[in-house]
Design a protein around this ligand. Structure first.
Ligand SMILES: *[C@@H]1O[C@H](CO)[C@@H](O)[C@H](O)[C@H]1NC(C)=O
Ligand SMILES: *[C@@H]1O[C@H](CO)[C@@H](O)[C@H](O)[C@H]1NC(C)=O
Ligand SMILES: *[C@@H]1O[C@H](CO)[C@@H](O)[C@H](O)[C@H]1NC(C)=O
Ligand SMILES: *[C@@H]1O[C@H](CO)[C@@H](O)[C@H](O)[C@H]1NC(C)=O
Ligand SMILES: *[C@@H]1O[C@H](CO)[C@@H](O)[C@H](O)[C@H]1NC(C)=O
Ligand SMILES: *[C@@H]1O[C@H](CO)[C@@H](O)[C@H](O)[C@H]1NC(C)=O
Ligand SMILES: *[C@@H]1O[C@H](CO)[C@@H](O)[C@H](O)[C@H]1NC(C)=O
Ligand SMILES: *[C@@H]1O[C@H](CO)[C@@H](O)[C@H](O)[C@H]1NC(C)=O
Length: 712
């Protein structure tokens, strides 16, 4: 062992000084077969990034303990630079060894040279701690945490906020990240629990390098048992308790973050690409079967710069094909056929969408390879405004037993009828989680089987049924009318799906919306436009707030020419009369007007907010704010974002006999450009192309995949 290590060290020293520079590396490992006599075969998967040519730098050597005899595969290049800028590459290499499985051992390597970086870090050291003793909970040796990163993470200086790293554990352990020299980076914090880097200030331009160690800790006390039966206890990680908390394993995750020159805007989808559905979400777990093609679709948008590639860190033989889908939208299809040797492996796959100037957020997922024994059952998922229902067909899953199934929050119960097992969760209870996938909000929960702790064996299948509903963050239903903005649907995490209608009414009873077939409609002198805004939400206690309404001569609410009717909750126009205003409706009238200067159309855009009722500091409770509102932290659980809804155009036709009477209305109008003239002086004809408000009560049905997993 020692000899091998020495030789490798020597060969490594010789390679120092060559053009290759290190860009990071990651390792995962898992146990394979257990042979008679107590030998365990351990499988190691190592990814390394560097500059071309793709020469492996790291040559793992035994650092302590008995590592057996390591067998190395040839390295295979899995990804390389297509921008022509840096010429980085990533390769993967596998190693196996047979060990007797009694004492922990460590593999490591170190060397020079990190790629040139801001803090002039040169030496890298990689280190893995392996323990092959049998765990009392899984009855096999521990599997390491699973993580990876793409070879070249790049973020414009003004856009770096968070970097979420993958921290998956095949045994369900608690994964923690430690960062050896993170104090070198002044404005960076690491959350060790979630493995998230955050910045609280500006980072210097250039490459920042990070040397992480990922550790796993059991979630409850377990024992590790040697071949001779001697066992020792391992405890969950607890910073405060004065007990031994040694990790079960340690693996490296090292990477660089390139801070690029600032871009004009960090809004995703413009200068920075944003990932769109059906791109998997960060942390997703997928299942693939040996010998079957597994496909992952990535989709991204960047209207400002063109996407030329998706950078992928994936396993051997994963292939990628690119396609320009539509204006600014590019897709990639990743295909991979797991081999027998990949069986039971939890394979990390990370990806980003690339433009020359920037990169999308990085997402990483895990693919679990099973022996094609992943049975699917039939389930239907119903996505409703504020809840998700699932119906699992009993006939499709033999031996499924409702009494041993639970939702994420076990206090929420499942029901059943003769044919189906039924579950219903609301969007913010029962452990339902929410993720923002760019263009959609995704709500997820899962049904899992659980064991009777008093049973030694079980004959029930292990069941895991993940289900989710995705709602567009912003949607417009009635775009079949010219006036395409008559109905507005939004989804937010705590409010589910809600919508607003914005209608014109025939009179101040606000009971009959103007019938679109009657248009164009003539209104007599001094007529008032009756408008009603209503909020529609399945939640019982929400309150509508109309924060502002602004008239513009076109459908751009930020038009240079505009007239404020309501601003910061205060009514500015003297002709406005509010008729009813309750928790969910706001009905008001205003004397019709037009913009002077040859503009014939008027659009009205209001910004509206929904709040939970009875919250004293919500925007709804504040009402009219004469002072410009100070930046207030929005409590996302108590109020929604501000949403804009638009009505119009109102076409103002002037009767010829009145044209001479045009004059300016009193001095109280403050208009950014031009002047609004009130309709008292005109015969107003409103050509309102109002789409009848069609409430989309249809249920979106989505059939979700489900897995009946046999224990392996
Ligand atoms: C481990 O031992 C088994 C059985 O002796 C053998 O088939 C296998 O090739 C060995 N693996 C390695 C990596 O040496
Ligand atoms: C960022 O956080 C670190 C650690 O908490 C702190 O030392 C540093 O002063 C903070 N920087 C700024 C700009 O707030
Ligand atoms: C776990 O082990 C620690 C120390 O070994 C002990 O103090 C604690 O009570 C144990 N917890 C449980 C739930 O058994
Ligand atoms: C850590 O240990 C302390 C003292 O034993 C205990 O009060 C606390 O609940 C533990 N925390 C966790 C997260 O288990
Ligand atoms: C990649 O795929 C080819 C053909 O499908 C196969 O011959 C080769 O062994 C695979 N390589 C790896 C490293 O799995
Ligand atoms: C997509 O469009 C861009 C810009 O027009 C072009 O450079 C690129 O080659 C196209 N990619 C594919 C896969 O067609
Ligand atoms: C059980 O519930 C499901 C879902 O609501 C329904 O489709 C099915 O017809 C019901 N079966 C019986 C026997 O009532
Ligand atoms: C408004 O409603 C009231 C009561 O329903 C009715 O008496 C009145 O005539 C209505 N006004 C108009 C203008 O339709």
């Amino acid at each position: 062992m020692a000899h091998a290590g020495l030789l490798l060290l020597i060969s490594l020293t010789i390679s120092v000084g060559q053009a290759f520079s290190f860009y990071g590396g990651s390792m995962t490992f898992m146990p394979g077969n257990r042979y008679p006599g107590g030998k365990v075969e351990m499988h190691f998967y190592y990814r390394e990034s560097g500059k071309l040519p793709c020469d492996p730098q790291v040559a793992w050597v035994c650092d302590s303990g008995d590592c057996g005899i390591l067998t190395f595969s040839e390295p295979e290049v899995t990804e390389q630079d297509h921008s022509g800028q840096i010429n980085w590459c990533q390769y993967e290499r596998h190693m196996t060894t047979n060990v007797t499985g009694d004492e922990p051992f460590t593999l490591s390597d170190s060397g020079c040279c990190w790629a040139n970086n801001v803090h002039d870090v040169r030496e890298w050291t990689l280190h893995s701690l392996v323990d092959t003793r049998q765990r009392s909970d899984t009855q096999t040796a521990n599997k390491s945490p699973v993580s990876a990163t793409i070879p070249n993470i790049r973020v414009p200086q003004n856009c770096f906020q968070h970097l979420h790293l993958l921290a998956h554990d095949p045994d369900g352990d608690n994964v923690r990240c430690k960062c050896a020299f993170c104090h070198q980076h002044p404005n960076i914090n690491l959350d060790e629990d979630s493995c998230t880097l955050s910045s609280n200030g500006t980072l210097d331009l250039g490459l920042h390098v990070f040397e992480f160690t990922m550790e796993d800790y059991p979630v409850s006390n377990i024992t590790l048992t040697k071949e001779n039966g001697i066992s020792s206890v391992r405890n969950p990680y607890n910073q405060t308790a004065n007990i031994d908390s040694t990790p079960l394993s340690q693996v490296p995750l090292q990477f660089g973050v390139e801070i690029l020159t600032p871009v004009h805007s960090c809004v995703p989808g413009v200068n920075r690409p944003s990932l769109l559905t059906p791109t998997p979400l960060h942390g997703d777990v997928q299942h693939a079967a040996v010998g079957s093609v597994h496909i992952i679709t990535l989709r991204a948008q960047s209207s400002g710069n063109s996407i030329f590639d998706f950078q992928v860190s994936g396993p051997w033989n994963m292939s990628k094909s690119l396609r320009n889908a539509s204006q600014g939208v590019t897709e990639a299809m990743l295909t991979w056929t797991p081999q027998e040797s990949d069986l039971h492996h939890h394979v990390p796959v990370c990806f980003t969408a690339e433009t020359l100037q920037s990169q999308s957020e990085m997402r990483c997922i895990v693919i679990i390879v099973a022996k094609s024994r992943v049975l699917s059952g039939e389930a239907e998922v119903f996505c409703e405004e504020n809840s998700i229902s699932i119906a699992i067909s009993k006939a499709s899953m033999k031996g499924i037993d409702q009494n041993w199934l639970q939702l994420r929050d076990p206090t929420c119960s499942l029901t059943s009828n003769d044919t189906h097992i039924l579950g219903m969760v609301s969007l913010d209870t029962c452990g339902t989680t929410v993720e923002d996938s760019g263009d959609f909000m995704v709500f997820r929960n899962e049904i899992n089987s659980f064991e009777n702790p008093n049973e030694v064996i079980t004959r029930r299948n292990q069941v895991k049924i993940g289900f989710s509903c995705q709602y567009p963050k912003v949607a417009s239903v009635s775009n079949h009318y010219i006036n395409k903005k008559s109905d507005f649907i939004f989804t937010e995490s705590r409010f589910g799906t809600f919508s607003y209608s914005f209608d014109i009414f025939t009179d101040n009873n606000f009971s009959s919306p103007v019938d679109p077939s009657l248009y164009p409609l003539e209104i007599n002198l001094m007529d008032v436009l009756y408008m009603g805004i209503a909020a529609h939400s399945a939640l019982p206690e929400v309150q509508l707030f109309v924060e502002s309404c602004r008239a513009t001569p076109d459908d751009n609410p930020y038009s240079a020419l505009s007239y404020d009717i309501i601003k910061e909750g205060c009514i500015l126009d003297g002709t406005v009369e509010v008729y009813h205003s309750d928790a969910r409706t706001y009905d008001f009238g205003i004397q019709a007007f037009k913009f002077t200067g040859g503009y014939n159309e008027v659009y009205i855009t209001c910004s509206v907010i929904l709040c939970a009722e009875g919250i004293s500091n919500s925007r709804c409770a504040q009402g009219c704010l004469r002072e410009p509102a100070r930046k207030r932290r929005r409590d996302v659980s108590k109020e929604t974002d501000r949403h804009h809804i638009t009505q119009g155009p109102f076409r103002v036709a002037r009767h010829t006999q009145h044209s001479a009477a045009e004059s300016e209305n009193g001095g109280s109008l403050h208009i950014s450009a031009g002047t609004a003239v009130f309709s008292g002086l005109f015969i107003v004809s409103i050509v309102v192309l109002v789409g009848l408000w069609v409430y989309n009560s249809k249920k979106t049905r989505a059939t979700d995949r489900m897995y009946l997993m046999s224990n392996f």
